[in-house]
Design a protein around this ligand. Structure first.
Ligand code: ADP
Ligand code: MG
Ligand code: MG
Length: 874
């Protein structure tokens, strides 16, 4: 018979699927002899059964009662017995940690009689009243589904609207508050609050099961690509109390600084507090270092446990603890979420400390998180003269500017319109999650470094300033004041999550500096990587940036971008408007020297690395002026009648430019364009070779459908190369039409390399125009009609299949054919993993994504060799 309940001492790390992250953490700590309050875990299978049927599995309740008896024996207390009551917490805990995503009920097992006797037994009636107050509040909100604001309003009123803190409330006041809570429950639910501890326990377990399908859990899973079918485990654990006076406390700490990676205990605690108080930002917590003075023995013990756990897991731990009357208890441990900078430093440090090897270090850093490191920071010169509005805690690094919004729904709406928004809140709660996703940055007035806002923002790699205490937020009136300045809803502010500073207006940013640890980790990645990484770069400046980020060549140089600069566009327009071949040649002759100069610059920077240059690709109308005024102006500059310009533009208009007169079709009808471009390329190559600079041009023909198209264009390129005496070069084709992939064996016979243009290949395979996709793709993704946006993450099933076919057929004609990919997918980690598996020689992406691609390719190589050795062992 399936077993649904495991005591903490029966579980271990191999049971993560069944017991969830929190459950296995509690089990491992129990096994290691750490002081964990006894308890048990209900499996994810029980949750899935409940999600499917709406009922507990038949045997579940008996198993719960049996496990409860075991906990009673361990603690010497009895659940529901006023003479010596056992109270428990009921905690969710899925396979992957979902911080703050699901609710926990504390102090469960109380009623009026039990509270009174608990007061007598502990000699602390105020504590008992507080515990019951918290229980009724949490149970009312989490289990009975009553709006938490109803309870908070009562609390707020009792505290004189901020005049006093929770800890100032007397026993009598707390009991009165509980009385009002019970009335709220009666009015809102139409039932009495359940007084029977067993009924409470059943209700709480079911509520945790249900929370798996609650909105914030679903949102979080979607963002983090966690499967909906895993289910959550439920942990039932005997309570320990951090709210029993000044020798009690509760806290959260990391074994290293999750923001910088520095190897120091890092965290916060609150004296005389319970559970969520630290995270919820109700009072401002104190740094963990102060615990060393305040409770030296507890601090030493905690530090030893933290070090032991870090060693055991060989990774940084994020731990929850409670001190009950001077006694330390561990309540949770999990792998710590960390900023990208911290991830890099920790991985490198741990190799040096002998905790992990280099390959593990390479796998420890999420490639997409590197984005954070590569993001711009605030320009210090701009900062020096900027009006500082407020100073908060540097909760999540990075800087961003945007319009102030107070409401998460509005953040979503404005972001959808393309606005940059900063979500400003008193403090955030899990129900604000969607707003945080939409915002560029988050700013809160309350809460510490481990507040909800801080933890969630760090996880998302989003800048966050927390606990900016001088902010006076009046969300209803749509404004906040700080430093005597009033900032209205919609005004632009800038937040710097690396320093905690908040500024009025928009500030200049500047490119990030990459430290030594970053380069060390990248070197280790390069040691295991088998797939090349190139960059898409159109200018010498881009090329330089690409080299700095470690690109091993250029995979896509789009020549058309060169035509937009300065007054080159005029020569280009003249070319397009030309009526005869001779006129066209004359116009092209003006562009040629400029383009050659660009290539010289790029070749010099790339210094012998291959440079793939694509011949002219976009539809010609993209170069022409749109408005009548601009058309008139152009006609005047070119000295031609306005009517001629207008007529020519009219003739170039297409119904579907994406599928129209573009790509190699331009060079087929106007071979002089391809010829000019080839002259610019090989003229530049010749010049560089004469200067002693090695060059490896790879000329790439876009949008090829048929062998004949390619042959005609390649013939021009080869002739011009010979005229310049350049022999070390390749002519290849892009594969960006399904037909090209299907006839890749025939193309492979004539083309010297392939480059998959996966943007166009996605458009043409799926029949989706990328520019119009925003109308429906988000809906498709949300409703799982598509797993991802196919322009961000390669559609492996369809487009990926064409990539595989193209490689296989191409190499059947030309063994060892060099194959690459250019397009957004070259910088997406999941797509890179696919390309590595498909046997591509290199991926090419924008310069900023190059480190991401290097790391992703290394990880793909490692997991491929892991699979291979597993295969051998089997
Ligand atoms: P989350 O997953 O949101 O962190 P937890 O289940 O860890 O939720 O619990 C929320 C808070 O309640 C934490 O601060 C935790 O330390 C506290 N808590 C949970 N169980 C107990 C317990 N048995 N005794 C004391 N505090 C507890
Ligand atoms: Mg927790
Ligand atoms: Mg294309």
């Amino acid at each position: 018979m399936t077993r649904f309940v495991y005591l903490f001492r029966e579980g271990d790390a191999t049971m993560r699927d069944l017991l969830g992250g929190k459950g296995t953490g509690l089990a491992e700590m129990t096994r290691a002899g750490a002081p964990v309050p006894p308890g048990f875990t209900i499996t994810t299978e029980a949750c899935n059964h409940y999600s499917d049927t709406g009922e507990f599995p038949t045997s579940l309740w008996d198993e719960v009662l049996a496990a409860l008896r075991d906990v009673e024996q361990d603690t010497g207390k009895r659940f529901g017995d006023p003479a010596n009551p056992l109270l428990v917490s009921v905690r969710s805990g899925a396979r992957f940690s979902m911080p703050g995503m699901m609710d926990t009920v504390l102090n469960l097992g109380m009623n009026e009689e039990i509270a009174a006797s608990l007061g007598r037994l502990t000699g602390d009636p105020r504590f008992a009243a507080d515990a019951r107050r918290r229980f009724v509040q949490l149970y009312g909100k989490v289990v009975l589904g009553i709006d938490g604001a109803r309870f908070e309003a009562v609390m707020d009123e009792a505290k004189g609207h901020g005049a006093r803190e929770d800890t100032d409330l007397t026993e009598t006041e707390l009991s009165a508050i509980t009385g009002r809570f019970l009335e709220i429950v009666r009015a809102e639910s139409g039932h009495e609050f359940p007084d029977d501890p067993f009924e409470q326990l059943r209700g709480a377990i079911a509520a945790v099961f249900r929370s798996w399908n609650g909105r914030r859990a679903v949102d979080y899973r979607r963002l983090n690509r966690i499967s909906d079918s895993l289910g959550t485990a439920v942990n039932v654990q005997s309570m320990v109390f951090g709210n029993m006076g000044d020798s009690s406390a509760t806290g959260v700490a990391f074994s290293r600084d999750p923001s910088t990676g520095e190897n120091v205990l890092y965290g916060e605690y609150l004296v005389n507090a319970q559970g969520e108080d630290v995270v919820a930002g109700i009072r401002t917590p104190r740094p963990i270092a102060e615990l060393e003075q305040e409770m030296p023995d507890v601090y030493r013990q905690f530090r030893a446990i933290a070090a032991g756990l870090e060693h055991h897991y060989a990774d940084v731990q994020d731990m929850e603890f409670t001190v009950e009357r001077g006694r330390l208890f561990m309540l949770q441990t999990r792998t710590a979420k960390r900023s990208a900078a911290a991830a890099v430093k920790i991985a490198v440090d741990m190799v040096h400390e002998g905790l992990i090897d280099r390959e593990t270090a390479v796998q420890r850093v999420e490639p997409s998180a590197l984005d954070q490191l590569l993001h711009p920071t605030l320009d210090p010169i701009a900062v020096a003269s900027a009006p500082l509005l407020a100073q908060g805690l540097p909760a999540s690094p990075g800087a961003a500017s945007g319009r102030v919004v107070f409401d998460p729904d509005e953040a979503v709406a404005l972001a959808a319109e393309g606005e940059d928004v900063i979500l400003v809140r008193q403090e955030t709660a899990p129900e604000d999650f969607h707003g945080m996703v939409a915002a560029r940055a988050v700013l809160t007035a309350r809460g510490g470094m481990t507040s909800h806002a801080a933890v969630v923002a760090r996880g998302m790699g989003k800048p966050c300033v927390a606990g900016a205490g001088s902010l006076r937020i009046d969300a209803a009136a749509g404004r906040f004041t700080a430093s005597g300045v009033t900032v209205a809803h919609g005004d632009v502010i800038t937040v710097d999550g690396s320093t905690g500073e908040v500024f009025a207006g928009r500030l200049e940013t500047r490119a990030p500096v990459l430290g030594e640890d970053f380069h060390t980790l990248m070197e280790w990645a390069d040691e295991v990587r088998r797939t090349g990484v190139r960059a898409n770069a159109d200018t010498p400046a881009d090329a330089e940036m690409a080299r700095r980020f470690g690109a091993e060549g250029i995979g896509l140089c789009r020549t058309e971008h060169m035509f937009f600069e300065g007054d080159r566009i005029d020569a280009m327009r003249e070319m397009i408007l030309a009526d005869s071949v001779d006129e066209r040649r004359a116009a092209l002759a003006k562009v040629e020297p400029l383009q050659r100069e660009d290539f010289v610059g790029i070749f010099r920077v790339m210094d012998g690395y291959p440079v793939t240059i694509r011949t002219l690709d976009p539809p010609l109308h993209e170069f022409l002026p749109r408005t009548p005024e601009e058309q008139l102006e152009l006609a005047r500059r070119l000295g031609v009648p306005a009517e001629r310009v207008r007529a020519r533009i009219e003739r170039l208009r297409e119904s579907n430019p994406m599928l129209g007169f573009r790509g190699c079709r331009l060079g087929i009808l106007y071979p002089e364009i391809t010829e000019m471009q080839a002259r610019a390329i090989f003229g530049a190559a010749r010049q560089c070779l004469d200067e002693g600079v090695a060059v490896h041009p790879e000329v790439m023909i876009p949008l090829v459908n048929t062998v004949e198209e390619f042959v005609r264009q390649a013939e021009i390129v080869r002739r011009v190369a010979a005229e310049h005496g350049v022999s070390d070069y390749l002519v290849g084709t892009m594969i960006e039409l399904p037909r090209a992939a299907l006839v890749a064996d025939r193309l492979g016979a004539v083309a010297e390399f392939f480059s998959f243009g996966t943007n166009d290949l996605t458009q043409t395979t799926m029949g989706i125009s990328r520019d119009d996709a925003a109308r429906f793709i988000p809906f498709y993704v949300e409703h799982k009609i598509l797993p991802e946006d196919p322009f961000q993450v390669l559609d492996q099933e369809g487009v990926g299949e064409l990539v595989k076919i193209g490689i296989e057929r191409g190499r059947s004609a030309r063994p060892g054919l060099k194959v690459g990919v250019c397009g957004e997918h070259g910088g997406d980690p999941a797509s890179v993993a696919f390309f590595v598996g498909a046997g591509l020689d290199y991926v090419s992406c924008s310069p900023f994504r190059v480190p991401v691609a290097r790391l992703a390719a290394a990880q793909a190589a490692l997991s491929a060799s892991g699979e291979a050795s597993k295969g051998l062992a089997a």
